[in-house]
Design a protein around this ligand. Structure first.
Ligand SMILES: [Fe+2]
Length: 461
């Protein structure tokens, strides 16, 4: 039995396709798979951006003129503006801010007080400018304040783009991290290992120096810091071995948020399978039958490539807690793929019922981001997930040249989501952001009836 489990774990193994830009100065701390990163922000967007706006007197806001000055001042102390939310745990957590077209450099502060440090009191400060990113321990860029920096172009400010920038404080492991996109280890772009015992304690308040608060379109605060990369592979807790815990390549459903656990409890059972006769019938119909014709028409209707189509077979009804009907059997002919897309900020669980599916993950949905940071294959029986803050942007592809793939996908909005955004945003063939309402091609009963009508499935099924 252990051999089979290890084999499954290795089949589910991931390949990280980007690397950290800053080489860690010491070996990263190891964690078991039972450590859970924050999935839910403790400060909902965009309310805190609005709060900041209120706290920032218009007259005090930096003008276009003094922005230019700021960019040229040596050892510059920038004005600090504090939002009303704070880190739930002192010197621990993540501040993640979406900046839209920032036209000048900006700084993010984590301070022990919600008042200006004036460049004198120590704090942690992240400066993102056009040519570099700097971690500072004062609100000035004197050499004595610089903890770490990078000039890698992937890390610097993007003045014509809409990007999440995040700063993670990890007091327990004495590490500061910076990254873009989802706040996760694989997207870390700069890291500083604070000397043991020197980590600033009691930092709670979040401040910013920005040219215009309107550029901050989302502000999120997470309770836990960025530590290890929680893998996208879920296996049953009955199968977890000591090696799995040590290697950290899998996780169990108990590690994931309640919404994922609810979905998993419906689809993970051994009887949620695609029976052989139905799978054979689907294979034949996709090859040259009614399902094949349906996809040709779907491609024409949607004005997309045939290889960018798949069939959505819904099960049950829309109960109001998900974008579209929550349970969807998706049929992927050989070589077909989805566009890069997001899932309405919802939670999802995906189980492979037939063949295998390849998932590539992206730091955000953005025309400028077409290179994945993670690439995983999930074989039949494999289960994966996504959350509002982790693995939310992905592309699915059936890479097989011989066999179709069937997955069951299920979705659920976060329990604190009061928006219920009904669309899946995606990048279209012209690499432009678009959206579609998740719809039904067939119900499961209609699919079986179609296959029966084609003579591919027995009537009594
Ligand atoms: Fe998806």
């Amino acid at each position: 039995m252990p051999i089979a489990i290890v084999s499954l774990a290795s089949l589910l193994g991931c390949l990280i396709v980007t690397t950290m830009l800053a080489t860690p100065t010491k070996t990263a701390p190891r964690y078991t798979v039972y450590r859970t990163p924050a999935f839910r922000s403790v400060a909902a967007e965009p309310s805190h951006a609005k709060l900041l706006l209120k706290s920032m007197p218009p007259a005090a806001a930096p003008s276009a003129n003094n922005i230019v000055m700021m960019n040229n001042k040596p050892n510059e102390v920038m004005p600090e503006y504090y939002i009303s939310a704070s880190l739930p745990v002192a010197s621990q957590g993540v501040v993640r801010i979406k900046m839209t077209n920032p036209m000048s450099k900006f700084r993010i502060y984590i301070n022990s007080k919600s008042e200006s440090s004036a460049g004198v009191t120590p704090l942690y400060c992240l400066e993102v400018n056009e040519t570099s990113v700097i971690l500072l321990n004062h609100n000035n860029d004197a050499l004595t304040s610089v903890l770490a920096s990078t000039s890698d172009r992937k890390a610097v400010r993007e003045k014509n783009n809409d990007v999440y920038y995040w700063l993670s404080l990890d007091k327990k492991n004495s590490v500061l991290k910076y990254g873009k996109g989802e706040a996760t280890q694989a997207l870390t772009l700069l890291r500083y290992d604070v000397p043991v015992g020197a980590f600033l304690p009691d930092l709670k308040y979040v401040g910013l120096s920005v040219s215009d608060t309107k550029i901050m379109t989302k502000v999120l605060i997470y309770e836990l810091p960025v530590t290890f990369q929680l893998p996208p592979n879920v296996i049953s807790s009955d199968l977890v071995t000591l090696d799995d815990i040590e290697n950290g390549l899998i996780t169990t459903i108990g590690n994931l948020p309640t919404e994922c656990q609810m979905l998993y409890s419906v689809v993970a059972g051994p009887n949620v399978v695609l029976q052989n006769d139905i799978a054979t019938a689907i294979q034949l119909s996709l090859k040259s039958g009614e399902l094949s014709k349906f996809l040709v028409k779907k491609a024409q209707d949607h004005k997309c490539k045939l290889t960018e189509t798949y069939i959505r077979v819904t099960l049950g009804m829309d109960q109001g807690y998900s974008p579209g009907i929550p349970f969807v059997l998706e049929l992927w002919p050989t070589g077909h793929n989805s566009p890069i897309h997001q899932h309405s900020g919802a939670f999802a669980v995906i189980k492979v019922l037939h063949g295998s599916i390849n998932c590539t993950y992206y730091s955000d949905l953005n025309p400028a981001i077409t290179t994945p940071y993670l690439d995983c294959n999930f074989p039949t029986g494999g289960v994966t997930y996504l959350t509002p803050s982790l693995y939310q942007t992905h592309m699915l592809k059936n890479k097989s040249t011989t066999d179709f793939c069937a997955t069951i996908q299920c979705y659920r909005y976060a329990s604190d989501d009061t928006t219920h955004y009904e669309y899946f945003d995606y990048l279209d063939d012209n690499n432009k952001r678009s959206r579609f309402a998740p719809s039904t091609d067939f119900t499961y009963t209609e699919l079986k009836n179609l296959l029966k009508k084609e003579g591919l499935l027995k009537k009594m099924k």
